[in-house]
Structures are given as C-alpha cells and as structure tokens.
Design a binder for this molecule. Sequence first.
Ligand code: CTP
Length: 421
Amino acid sequence: MTTTSAFATLLSMEPITVLQGKQIVLGVTGSIACYKSIDLASKLTQAGAHVDVILTESACRFVTPLSFRSVTGRPVYTDMWDLDDHVRHVGLGESADALIIAPATANTLAKMATGFADNLLLLTTLAARCPVIIAPAMDGGMWEHAATQANITTLRKRGVIQAGPAAGRMASGLSGLGRMLEPAELLGELRLLLARGGKLTGRRVVVSAGPTREPIDPVRFITNRSTGKQGLAVAQAALDAGAEVTLIAGPACEQVPYGAKLIRVQTTQEMGEAVLAQAEGADALFMVAAVADFKPRTTAERKIKKSDNADEYLRIELEKTLDILVAVKDKRKATGFPKVVLGFAAETHDAANYGNEKLQRKGLDFIAINDVTAEGAGFAVDTNRILLLGTDGVVEEMPLLSKAEVAERIVQHVARALDEL
Ligand code: CTP
C-alpha cells in the first residue's frame, strides 16, 4: 500500500528549482501586512532560496527581526549605521537575484520614486542591479491618491515590477484596493521573474489537467479519480521554464499555478473545444488530463427519481466522447500546430505496449506512460513513476519522483525537441 506520509515528506523537503540557491533580498516596510512577509520569507527559504531580510524602522514596530531570522536562519538587517560591513547595501544589492519589497508602503514608494536613501532598504534598492518587485499595501484612499499613482507610474517606467495590490477588506475596516498580495502569489511573482530567459522563453504552451465530468442528470455525473496534480505540476514547470502557459483545467483541479491563463471546463467536449482553439499557433501541447472516454447518450433535464424506475436497475447508455488528441492530430496535419504534442497514458497493465500504440495512433511526439496501479504512482498522490517514449523509442525511464520533478523532466525534453525543430 502507498504510504502517503513518506511521499509527503519527499515533497515538503523538495526545493523549487527556479528558486534554489537564489539570493533574494526581502525588504519589509511598516504596514500591518508585515506579518504575512514572515510567511513569504519562510516559503522562499523552504523553496531553497537564500533570503536576506531588511526591515525598516517602522516595520520593526509591527514585527521583530527575530521572527524573520527564525524562518530564514540568516542575519536580518535593520540599521544603515551598523558599520560592521561598511558597504552592506552595495553587497546585498549586487549579489541579489531579485529584490522584493513586501509590503511596500506609500511612504517607501514615494521615497523610491524620488531616489531617497535614508534607510538601509532604500540604500540597497538604489544600489541593486537586479530586478525589483514591489507589493504595495495601504488603505484604498492612499493607494488611489494622485501622488501614489504618480509614484507608481514613475517606478514602473523605470522597470520596477508591480505585484498587486488586491481588493478586499483592509485594516481600517473598509474595503477597497490596497491589500498586499498573499505570500503564495508573491512567491508566484518571483518564480515568474526568475523564469525569464528559461528554456521555454517566448514559447506558448497549452496544458490540460484533471478529470472531465459527463452529466447524467442535473445532480449526477460520471468522472474518474484524477485530481489534476500532474497536469498542474506540468503547467508550473512550463512557467518556471519561462513559457506563456494556458491551462485547460477540469473540475477538482485546485492550486492553479500563479501566472497561468486558466480556462475551466467540465466535459470532454468542452475540453476538446478549448484545446483545439488554444492549439492554434501553440508551440507545445501537454495533454495530461484524464479525459472521460464515455458519456451518457442523453442527459436528463430533471433529476432521475427512483420512483421513475419500476425495477431494480437503471440503464444508462454510454457513447464514446471526442478523442481530443486524435482531433489535434488532424488539426496539426492541416496547420502545423502545436509544433510538439505530448500525451499521457494511464494504464493498469501492459503499460509500455499500450502506451506505444497510443503514441502511434494519436500522432504524438512523446507519451508519458504511468502504471496507475504501481506504488506511489497515479491518481491523487504527489509522486509518479513515468516511462517517457518518443517516436524513436524510450526517451527516459524515470524512477519514483515527485510529480513536480516528473514535470520538470518532461518539460525539458519537450523544450529540447522544440529547439531541434
Ligand atoms: N485523451 C484524449 N481524448 C480522450 C481520451 C484521452 O485526448 N477522449 C488523451 C489523454 O489526455 C491522454 C491520452 O489521450 O493524453 C491517453 O489517454 P488514455 O486515457 O490513457 O487513453 P485512451 O485514448 O482513453 O485509451 P484507452 O481508454 O483504451 O486506454
């Protein structure tokens, strides 16, 4: 039996490649949203980044340097007059891969726009040669103020990346635009930033994920056990490689990666239409979804009542759904797009043979075959064991890996194939 806890450990220990070993300076300024930055620092550290935190004096009134030190395991900086290292601001700014200021108050934005350098964070920001992200957090009225908007425009013109703010309830009790983005979203922003220049930069990639649902009546449907984890991981890996990603997701797909363009679908027919439309001009299609192969021939408009059936049986006649990859094959013949197509094959026996047959019949460049009955592989777990076939035979036989790692490897193979076209 699968021991979920062992695999969960494997996942939680896993660094995120695009962030691993990266030097991130996290600037924290005086807003109540400071408490969320502790979580951001923790997430970044767990992802493998080295996080150097600089707190302004006002930030220290909301949170303590110790809070950050506890989650990053590194020194936290607050004082520009602490002269142990006389060019600390230059050192921190120059070695950083990215500088993120979260939360960024109206005051700090104004000072940045003007070029002020009266605290260590501002000094470091001026000295930094890396990309800078700001995550504004303030009351709605302050955000909308002409002065703040002018400052933001100035900073954006200089190449500063603006992340947020979001709309919602603020500390004042009022609702409006001014909330700092959530730590997970800011992590997503950093991933997108660090992915720039990756192997799929400038490529448009389509990924399908999850199951589909075929309605029997308004309250019942046929579906399968997929939760979309592998498809979501592929979408994330493509984003991490710098691609523009469209994710076509069936129901049950949660935790959609930040930065993907999301198209939600329910049925195989809807997924097929979305895939065919998005395939137009696409570089690659990763058809990871566990598409329903059969659907009821008719869908009852009203709930089917037990009392409607005199005997013990309810007969539902099923018909085959559209084979999306076969339709893609025809489209590709006519248009040349998508340039590279990868399918998945979920098998319970004789996996390599069935997988190979699907590769041929569906006109694929690659097929990722998994035996869904193997320990640690298949639906609703965080790991997978994949045999990747190409048109010339075995490309890679992967050991048991996290779905994120499987996704990274698959994406690398497809990126290489695109480069070789
Ligand atoms: N697929 C598809 N359209 C369908 C069914 C599947 O495009 N109606 C895609 C899946 O997304 C996957 C690949 O085809 O990438 C193989 O799916 P799989 O369910 O393993 O194969 P089937 O074609 O359904 O064949 P079988 O049921 O005989 O295993």
